[in-house]
Unconditional design. Sequence first.
Length: 217
Amino acid sequence: MPVPRTLSELPYAGHLTPFQGSLGRESDLDGVHLDGESFDGIDAGSVRFTESAVSSVTFTGGRMRRARFNEVWMHTVRFVATDLVETTWMDTEIIAGSLAGLELFGSELNRVAFHNCKLDSVNLRAATLRNVSFTDCLLRDADFAGARLDRVTFPGSTLEEVRFAKARMTGVDLRAAARLGIVDGAESLRGATISTLQMMDFAPVFAQSLGITVKDR
C-alpha cells in the first residue's frame, strides 16, 4: 500500500521557493511552493506545475483546462467546481484533498496517488488512468464512464454511487476496497479483480446488468 510522503521527504524539497506573483494562463511554475493561497474563478488554462508543492490551497470555480502537473505534491488542497478538462497529471501525490464537482473529462493521470481524499461528483469521463491508487479515499458519485483504467487500485477506499459505464479496465484491483457501491457499468468490470465476498454482494448487480431475473418461486 502506498505511503504518503511529507514535504521534507520530497527529492526537490530543498529547491522549493515561495510562490510569488499571479497565476494565469500558460504560467510556468517550476520548483515553487504554494501555501495557504486561495484562488477564486481564475483563468489559468495550460498552466504548468513542475516539481512543486501545493499545501492548504483552495481553488474555487475557474478554468485550468489543459494544465500540466508533473511531480507535484499536494496536501489539504481543495478544488471546488473547477474546470480541469484535458489536464495531465504525472508522478503527482494528493494527500487529504477535497475534490468536489470537478470536470476532469478527458484527462490523463499517470502514476498518481490519492491518500485520504474525498472525491465528490468528479467527472472522469473518457479519462485515462494508469498506475493510479486511491488509498483510504471516499469516491461519491464519481463518473468513470468511457474511461480507460490500467493498473488502478482502491485499497481501503469507499465507492458510493460510482459509474463505470463503457469503461475499459486492465489490471484493476478492487479487492481491498472497503465498499463497492457501483450503480452503473457492472458489465465494464471485465479486466478487474474482485474478492469472493465482493462477488457475492455484487451478484444482484451483475444479474441485472445481464438481464437475469432471480426468483426462488
